[in-house]
Design a protein around this ligand. Structure first.
Ligand SMILES: Cc1ncc(C[n+]2csc(CCOP(=O)(O)OP(=O)(O)O)c2C)c(N)n1
Ligand SMILES: [Mg+2]
Length: 358
């Protein structure tokens, strides 16, 4: 199946397909790609030093998340998997929120209740993901139905991996979206691996986009390391969804350049040569070359962006590491508006135990 590409691996643009994006937005896109890469480096290092428990990198997949969020309106809902943190930052989620979340301290907006890396933000319409693979697909289709039912302008985009296309929720979500023509964009990050399972063992289909045909959903296969192709495909899909024409399925062909998570060692199952081949197709370098050729940025500016984020993140890490964990009381809050008697009793018992130990 063909692959839609606008920027080739050297950053040369196909001018017939080049989208019209204001310079300021183009720079913002690069900036957030750089931020995501840097956060991955920091997160993995902190985990290896034993200072945080877990890290989920999305290295190599910066173009999919940033290209997509740039093509959405702020009122559109994002249903992430776990490799799209850049979308939340692009919408204004403070960096300190994520870093407090990494350290599971009292300022962690998730109050230590989530696996680090699985976070959401209602304010930024970035929905809390669930750990079981594929759950967000049915949630997004259902929420799309709600948007349609309430005649809201918002559309929904849902992210999932190649592995998730084998889940029953993928079938249920795609089928529901197609039948009810929900304004849902099904965005598959085909990063070639589902932990240690390669794509060749994931499906009998020759490409994942073929699956869309069976549901009656228009599908497009794009180069997921080409941010302009991602932006264009999502923009088109959003337009169709807003016009009431229902879902689109996007297969973005990309590569998980890092480990699955900090608990994984891909050198045990992945050929070295494969990584080297994909590293030549790096999405950040490619976009940077495009912007350099257009005279929109300079090497100095890129270095400035990187080093100012580096300083900011280091300062936030120092602050976050000093904060205590969430208070015991948070174990008993946020589920019921009026705390039931048995939780009150448990809390009192726990507080008494804590006083004895102090
Ligand atoms: C229902 C379910 N089965 C298994 C797992 C364990 N698991 C976590 S991530 C993952 C692989 C998912 O691969 P993919 O959908 O390709 O996404 P990627 O991690 O590559 O981004 C698996 C099997 C899970 N979380 N949920
Ligand atoms: Mg995958």
């Amino acid at each position: 199946m063909n692959l839609m590409q606008i920027l080739d691996s050297s950053g040369k643009v196909n001018s017939e397909l080049e989208p019209d994006i204001p310079e300021k937005e183009l720079v913002k896109m690069l900036q957030y790609m750089i931020l995501v890469r840097l956060l991955d480096e920091k997160g993995m290092r902190l985990q290896r030093q034993g200072r945080i428990s877990f890290s989920i990198p999305s290295t190599g997949q910066e173009a999919t998340q940033i290209g997509a969020v740039a093509a959405l309106n702020p009122e559109d809902w994002i249903f992430p998997a776990y490799r799209e943190p850049g979308m939340a930052f692009y919408r204004g989620l403070p960096l300190f929120d994520l870093i407090n979340h990494w350290f599971v301290n009292e300022e962690d907006p998730q109050k230590g209740r989530r696996l680090p890396g699985l976070f959401g933000s209602k304010e930024h319409r970035y929905v809390n993901p669930s750990a079981p693979i594929g759950t967000q697909i049915i949630q997004a289709a259902g929420a799309g139905f709600a948007n349609k039912f309430l005649s809201e302008k918002a559309v929904n985009i849902v992210f999932f991996g190649d592995g998730a296309t084998s889940s029953s929720d993928f079938h249920a979500g795609m089928n529901f979206g197609a039948v009810f023509k929900t304004p849902t964009i099904f965005f598959c990050q085909n990063n070639q691996w589902a932990i240690s399972v390669p794509l060749s063992k994931q499906t009998g289909a020759s490409s994942l986009v073929d699956k869309a045909l069976g549901y009656g959903i228009p599908g497009i296969r794009i180069d997921g390391n080409d941010i302009l192709a991602v932006y264009t495909a999502v923009k088109d899909a959003v337009k169709q969804a807003r016009m009431g024409n229902g879902p689109t399925f996007i297969e973005a062909v990309t590569y998980r350049a890092g480990p699955h998570t900090s608990s994984d060692d891909p050198t045990r199952y992945r050929p070295k040569k494969e990584l080297a081949t994909w590293q030549k197709l790096d999405p950040i370098k490619r976009f940077e070359n495009y912007l350099l050729k257009k005279g929109i940025i300079s090497d100095n500016r890129v270095e400035e962006i990187r080093s100012s984020y580096d300083t900011e993140i280091n300062e936030l890490i120092t602050k976050a590491e000093k904060l205590p964990p969430p208070s015991l009381e948070t174990l008993f809050t946020d589920v019921y508006s009026d705390q039931p008697w048995h939780l009150r009793e448990q809390f009192e018992e726990l507080s008494a135990l804590q006083r004895m130990n102090d």
